[in-house]
Design a protein around this ligand. Structure first.
Ligand SMILES: Cc1cc2nc3c(=O)[nH]c(=O)nc-3n(C[C@H](O)[C@H](O)[C@H](O)COP(=O)(O)O)c2cc1C
Length: 352
């Protein structure tokens, strides 16, 4: 029986640059040889139902030209990864760019049909300083921690078998003015088509919400273990309990200065206390994103990094609906918007 594993490793013209990644990969794969290894854009082809480990090496410029040739193909074929499940290794020769490339690749692959496990990224910056906590916790050096994290990633990718039993609970979080917001209006169109799922909506609009205070690990753990956070209030009294029982989380995200709004950013930052108590691997994350002009992909990237990569939510294929509308009410004027909304509802219903 095959393991359905495909490794996509865009080749680097200077072979020496990829030596560390290839060593990590060889150690990681060990007894699980992949069905296929894809190294060039020409070799890339539709991969239905596979488990994909993307392995990207970046030079000090943060650019790998073969990766960009593949990215182009992925963006042009919206079904190239239908029903696939992904995770990724990114190895850099700089302290920068590894996360940037990971966000970009996850969004493109997700739009082309690939789901991603929670915490799908293992990155090695040039110094491997990003491994200092894992190294401390596991009593390893940074290189050993890198090998451990990559192996853990592959086993989580190969073992993922989640399927929700029973009725699903969708928690919709927003901070919009219900009467004027295009983002909220789009949610109302989607909601009409979401059947057989219980929906709970929480508005953060006009609430007093503090951003994370950055307490010490011990303090955060202390409050988190009691299902609370240093500040208390709506986040710990209303949002935490709803989050603990939901199977799916949907965020309504207007683009504010090419970023999430302050309320939603505070919510994600304040999730840390709950995250120390429990992981969210079995909860799906979705988003409806509306920009007045452009930049919805930046918001999608922020959600991928904050909630899937850092906070362990599962990223279902085509997790976000992105539209452009500015004047209040103009979302309704987008051609075919009712069908687009119904289609997004069916994505939510089908992913479990
Ligand atoms: C504070 C603020 C900042 C905004 N920044 C951007 C922006 O950077 N880019 C953009 O395309 N639209 C921007 N917009 C426009 C909204 O994204 C737009 O109105 C869209 O319809 C979503 O907002 P809504 O759901 O509140 O209607 C901004 C709006 C506000 C209020």
């Amino acid at each position: 029986m095959g393991n359905n594993l495909v490794v996509i490793i865009p080749q680097c013209a200077e072979r020496a640059k990829s030596a560390r990644l290839r060593e990590v990969l060889a150690h990681t794969i060990g007894d699980n040889p992949p069905e296929e290894i894809i190294e060039t854009a020409e070799q890339l082809h539709p991969l239905q139902g596979k488990r994909i480990l993307f392995a990207i090496v970046l030079g000090s410029s943060g650019i790998n030209l073969e990766y960009y040739r593949m990215l182009k193909q992925i963006r042009l074929d919206q079904h190239i990864f239908d029903d696939c499940l992904g995770a990724l290794l990114v190895d850099g020769k700089s302290e920068l760019y590894t996360k940037y490339i990971a966000r970009e690749l996850v969004l493109a692959a997700n739009m082309a049909g690939c789901s991603f496990i929670g915490r799908p990224l293992v990155e090695g910056t040039a110094s491997l300083a990003n491994f200092h906590i894992i190294a401390q916790l596991r009593n390893l050096d940074a290189h050993g921690a890198y090998l451990w994290a990559a192996q853990d990633l592959l086993s989580r990718l190969l073992q993922e078998t989640r399927k929700h039993q029973g009725t699903r609970q969708l928690l919709t979080l927003h901070a919009s003015n219900k009467t004027t917001s295009n983002t909220y209006a789009l949610w109302k169109m989607v909601k009409k088509h979401v059947h057989d799922i219980n929906i709970q909506e929480i508005s953060l609009w006009d609430k007093e919400i503090n951003d994370c205070a950055g307490c010490s690990y011990e303090t955060c753990l202390h409050f988190g273990s009691q299902g609370s956070c240093f500040y208390g209030g709506t986040i710990s009294e209303d949002v935490y309990p709803a989050l603990e029982t939901c199977t799916d989380l949907l965020l309504l995200c207007p683009n504010y200065n090419d970023a999430l709004s302050a309320y939603l950013t505070a919510f994600i930052n304040r999730l840390t206390a709950l995250y120390l108590k429990q992981r969210f691997y079995d909860k799906n994350i979705y988003a409806i994103i509306v920009s007045g002009y452009s930049g919805s992909d930046i918001i999608a990237g922020q959600l991928i990094a904050g909630l899937c990569m850092n906070k362990s939510f599962f990223l279902p294929a085509r997790f976000c609906l992105m539209e452009t509308a500015h004047e209040p009410g103009s979302i309704q004027k987008i051609s075919g918007i009712e069908n687009i909304a119904a289609n997004f509802a069916s994505i939510i219903i089908k992913s479990h």
